[in-house]
Design a protein around this ligand. Sequence first.
Ligand SMILES: [Zn+2]
Length: 258
Amino acid sequence: MLAPPPLLVQHQAPPPAIVAPAPAAQRTARAVKRTRGLPLAGKVVGVNPGHNGRNWSDPTYIDHQIWNGREWENCDTTGTETDGGYTEALFNWQVGSDLAADLRGEGAQVVLARHNNDGVGPCVNTRAQILNQAHVDVAVAIHADGGPADGRGFTVLEPVADGINNRVIKPSDRFAAVLRDDFRADTGMPVSTYDGVDGLQPRDDLAGENLTKVPSVLIECGNMRNATDAAILVTASFQKRAARAIAAAITAFLTRKG
Ligand SMILES: [Zn+2]
């Protein structure tokens, strides 16, 4: 059973703006008209670019303990980086921004879990709250891994039932398989040689997956600690391809009939 978490620390940073204020009926009507006929019209998609560009600057905040649905863990981490110093936070932000643009082009409303790469946080549990409260139709967290130097490839991390997320396990699994297939086909990145089975790995230690009430997965788009993957991950062309592959998977998942 999950005990409700005690409130342990005060947040040092102001809480992030959760979502744009609810649009007036008129604005909604205009938006519906503008996106009518587009495949994701009327859909809301959560995009969670992992970490943040200045998490390193506030270790006290980043290390404070949050409840992830099963256990206590740090609010966030700095993320990994390549040997050349290209940070995961920046990679996640670039892919997330490209993805948001692609999804809006398809008619979706996008809810971002952070709004720039110059800040600290929000904590991983807050990100889950942001996406839950926005009632997104599906959410994806964008990451790149800090795996073993001799291991290559991408992995899609899926939630494991814990009570809170029980109702979204099945659709999350379905989305994970679609995302794995599209990402492999469209980016050329191989599935991981060191994590998961055929590119899929259930995880019960991630706040974003433990606390989610919407279909949700996390993708490690490649291994920043592997020289081959790193050389690919830092390019804008791969980042755009990755975003398009994720957008295609989201569109396939949300528009599947039956
Ligand atoms: Zn990460």
